[in-house]
Ligand binder design. Sequence first.
Ligand code: E4P
Length: 217
Amino acid sequence: MKFFLDTAEVDAIRELNDLGMVDGVTTNPSLILKSGRDILEVTKEIADMVEGPVSAEAVSMDFESMLAEGEKLAKIADNIAVKVPLTWAGLQTCKILSSRGIKVNVTLCFSVNQAILAAKAGATFISPFIGRLDDINLDGLQLIEDIRTVYDNYGFETQILAASVRNANHISECAKIGADVVTAPPAVIKAMANHVLTDKGLAQFEADWAKTGQKIV
Ligand code: E4P
């Protein structure tokens, strides 16, 4: 399973990238806003740092403008994946860019039907949003499972990039389902290391070690 970081914060990416935990990065307009950086500049910095795909999102709604933005974003670096929304304009853009060998991440996917269309348009990645479905009392993980089943039924090669990941449980469930990639905020990746029994065991070992009066170094 590949880990992408869902952030445009360069320092946070560097920290986990140095540990070999980062297979790629996803950004979106909200994350660019949060970073306070220029999209072209920060995307270039991230793409130079990380070996894997770095998603940069086109923001226009109409096909011609979206395509022009996608072409510009794709020129930032070889590892850019152009992110387009799951609209007809996005699917048109996806088809053209993917036929030119440019990686495309189709985002804002909330149904199996949308995922089928993205695969047929040649998407490299489909991004179903787990957390936003959970937010409206639907089952985000069930969508990941359903897309996995359908893609396997027909041999679609589009990678399932589970997005809108809000907690470490989402990640372990995606791993069991067989999502190809999970994109998550750095804090969620870090939370994967937490376990109450690890903390309890460590406190016990620390206390017992102090009683031995020994030192290792
Ligand atoms: C995906 O690529 C999106 O950037 C992201 O996962 C959205 O997550 P959110 O619903 O927490 O904003």
